[in-house]
Design a protein. Sequence first.
Length: 107
Amino acid sequence: MSWLVPLAILIAVVAAIGYAARRAITLFELRVHEGKVVSARGRVPPELLRDLEDVFARARAEGALRVHLENGRAQVAGTGLDEPTMQRARNVVGRFPMARLKTAPRL
């Protein structure tokens, strides 16, 4: 029973490090409801945000989109979004150079 407390502390520390590492490589996250961006956080150029809002509005999308760094490139991941909408989002994000994504203003 005495080993449970150190184990719980270890699990909490590992989870905190994993969460911090994931946040460090995330460029931005968007939450979409009925085709409108309802929540946004991170760094995103205003033009990119407008273009993504247009993609979501046309598809009446519901879900979330996350753009993160992986092997020095922007990777787009989503939940609840259909594949055509995801492909359009990847196309829009791909038009922006990595330097512009990294130096974009915070939301």
